[in-house]
Design a binder for this molecule. Structure first.
Ligand code: TXA
Ligand code: MG
Length: 349
């Protein structure tokens, strides 16, 4: 398939307007468009068209029992596709448009292939202006998983989506580096109005607790699934975000991490904080050091994490090392992604 690649840096010019019109037409006629969002890039198709969902699963190489998120232009559009309740609007008022996805009972008009035949559907209203304009142009909700091939880290820049999706979709809109860099927070609305956190993201557990104190964190968010354990979200059971080289997470103080890394003899890549990079420059080649920002700046870490996992992997090292993230704030999202990316390989240093 021929993939048109379109670079859009501002919505203010006539080129962007023309291309977004074409992209909307592709979606309406059952085709696929990769588009930027504030979290990661999405691989989009018409959520009301069952064939479009089949095409998404095929382009991504994703099992069709793992449902898709539908992207809407305005929070109130959720009423057209789901049965909302008051608590949805409390979340919407505070966090939408933005990096949060809410799972609610689905109406019949959402293609059952999109929700993998579940009675619920996940909805999200992105704040990225290109994503917003594309949903408006399409005139339909857009079903979109992250635009990576199944199993690899989510793409956060044009180059990485092109690596994975060229030849598999009708159009790729390159809108530059994703602001946030990790996928949206997913919460399920329970019948008793409590929330279950299925996937942490930039809307943090602390943020959710400002809406209700009844927020449960699903077990699989912070732990490996036990043999035969029932999953609350189908995505939890798949291997995720993984680079090809083995990734190890270092659990220890900065001094202990540095000592451990300086002793390594193999060809390694290291994701580290800025101050650690200068300490390591004598022991690890410069192009194998990936600087995450200031120590403790988790927003910067989130922004760069998936990008670096892909870039480090291209050097085919014997191992990639990264610090074990904390559990507070957006750290929980980083922890959740990294324990999976590393297949739970945590090294106590
Ligand atoms: O930030 C994001 O959420 C990005 C951008 C493109 O919006 N999308 C994204 O989609 O990360 P995806 O498909 O890679 O991850 C969606 C997750 C999957 O793990 C899936 O199992 C879960 O959401 N999910 C979707 N519908 C669900 C439902 N009805 N119940 C429980 N989990 C659901
Ligand atoms: Mg994904």
């Amino acid at each position: 398939m021929n993939t048109e690649i379109v670079k859009i840096s501002s919505l203010d010019d006539s080129y962007a307007a023309k291309k977004l019109k074409e992209a909307g037409k592709i979606i309406r006629s059952g085709g696929l468009v990769v588009f930027p969002t504030e979290t990661v890039y999405g691989l989009g198709g018409d959520a009301t068209n069952p064939t479009a969902a089949d095409k998404i699963y095929a382009a991504k190489g994703r099992p069709s029992d793992n449902p898709l998120i539908i992207h809407i232009a305005e929070p109130s559009d959720a009423d057209k596709y789901t049965y909302t309740r008051d608590i949805y609007y409390r979340l919407a008022e505070k966090f939408m448009p933005g990096p949060i996805t809410v799972v609610m009972p689905s109406r019949e008009n959402v293609a059952s292939t999109v929700r993998a035949s579940l009675p619920t559907v996940a909805v999200r209203c992105p704040v990225n202006p290109i994503a917003h304009a594309l949903i408006k142009e399409s005139g339909v909700p857009i079903a979109a998983p992250s635009a990576n091939l199944s199993g690899s880290p989510s793409p956060t820049c044009g180059k990485h989506v092109i690596d994975d999706m060229r030849g598999r979709v009708d159009m790729i809109i390159d809108g530059g580096h994703s602001d946030i860099g990790v996928e949206s927070t997913i919460v399920k609305l329970e019948d008793d109005d409590s929330l279950t956190l299925l996937r942490p993201g930039a809307v943090t557990l602390e943020d959710l607790r400002t809406i209700t104190d009844r927020v449960n964190v699903a077990d699989a968010v912070l732990h490996a699934l036990k043999e035969g354990e029932k999953v609350l979200s189908p995505g939890m059971k798949y291997k995720h975000y993984a680079p090809k080289s083995p990734l190890y997470l270092l659990d220890g103080t900065e001094d202990d991490r540095l000592k451990f890394l300086k002793e390594q003899k193999d060809n390694i890549c290291v994701l580290c904080f800025d101050n650690e990079a200068s300490e390591l420059s004598g022991s690890v080649p410069k192009d194998h050091l990936f600087r995450l920002g200031r120590s403790g700046d988790e927003l910067s870490e989130a922004h760069l994490l998936f990008y670096y996992l892909r870039e480090a992997d291209k050097l085919s090292p014997d191992a990639i090392y990264a610090p074990l993230p904390s559990l507070s704030g957006i750290g929980m999202a980083l922890y959740n992604r990294m324990i999976r990316a590393s297949a739970f390989k945590i090294v106590k240093v």
